[in-house]
Design a protein around this ligand. Sequence first.
Ligand SMILES: Cc1ncc(COP(=O)(O)O)c(C=O)c1O
Length: 488
Amino acid sequence: MDERSELRIREVGFSDLGINPPSAEREAMLEHVTSLVLGHLDEVNDLPIAPTATAAQMRAHIAGYDFAGPLPWAEVLDDAAAMLTKWNLHTKHRRHFGLFNPRPAYSAVLGDMLSAAYNPQLAAWSHAPGAVEMEAHLIRYLGSLVGYPADAVAGSFTSGGAEANLTAVLLALSRHFPAVAERGMRALSGQPVFYASAESHLAWLKIAHSTGLGRDAVRLVPVDQDLRMEVAQLDRLVELDKAGGCLPFLVAGTAGSTSAGVVDSLPEIAQTARAHGLDFHVDAAWGGAALVSPRLRGALAGVEQADSVTIDAHKWLSTPLGAGVFVCRDLDGLRRTFRVSAAYMPTAVNETVDPYSSSNQWSRRFVGLRLFTALAVSGGPGFAAMVEHQSAMGERLRRLLAEAGWQLLNTTALPVVCFTGRGLDTGDDAAARLDRVAARVVERGNCWISATRLNGRAALRACITSFETTETDLAALVTELDEVLDGG
Ligand SMILES: Cc1ncc(COP(=O)(O)O)c(C=O)c1O
């Protein structure tokens, strides 16, 4: 590019390149997106839930974008929306009985849009003081729901539950073995090990791998017939590990297991952790939302004894994806774990916390705003009504399935229902048969469920993930299953 054209671009502020359109065009573009978004939200419950196109079909279309020159914005935005409509599993759908992905609250979607447009940089407090303080306020609010004293709550927003659980491991490691921070695992006389139930979310394995502990460091404690960690086994395994020269440092209870929504016996785990001098983390990535409800929070009794807790905003708190929360009681520990100083970073401001020095991320989007706007608009009682409705739908689904002859396999106050029976669960190929039923339900496009294994036993799984799900949708699922079993 010659000097003159460079100057010309600067003079027009890149508006002719579409990078910074003039004000009237910006408004037209926003109105266009608004109508696409509103249209999608109005129609989503009438769309086929799961996509049917093949990867080859999608790639052929997407390859048409060679980015060699500009395209009209309306065409691009319309096509992006069309691709997202056709080639997407609509987890927002009221008959999506799926994997903890919610229909986001509308005020949360708009909060996230504000984050993108204002684009605060949440590495240093001084760059985004308002955003950092709003997130800190949310973390204190979630800490108060957990039952922590108001002046003892610390934490960070994360990309999701896996990163929040990673934070728990890093914090516990540095609390137990300060030398690891500088010298790594070779500073230790033995292998550090940590514990979670065999029904826990297996991001633990990736976490152990990426922290350098190694996947073998994860002890998956067997579960009882209710799919809860067998605490006597936990105790036994810790004893065995200690006797064998390993270094137990953390136990993670699960409050709302991924397959069955089951809550481990948190008070008992807390007691065992204390007896052995281990940190106690609770993975309430999905189930933590129940804490907003006075009626449901009893299901997580004992969570207040945890050193740290994972709660995903993007699961049952119904925000758009990309927002997890790590809550703990040890700000100094967090700061020791993630400490770093770099000449190019702004000087820390007294009595404030720079997110980059107390969490695993550096530059970060303002992911907390979506939860802030949603909680502020609906209030805690609004969220309580939402999770209570979904739990009531879970109970109702349990009853309908039992009446239809299905055998229920899990016990939980939270809205995940696991079931089998109707002749599908006998013989060696029970798992394959249940997989086929789930696949056929998905293929028909009216409902979405999945198959899973509960302590090795094959099951169908349905979770109430949308606040829009009603009894009509539950009845539709039961009918759908009947039709699939009849060969439909
Ligand atoms: C109990 C539990 N913990 C952690 C995770 C991981 O969360 P994310 O996918 O937000 O990283 C999940 C995901 O479903 C989960 O169910």
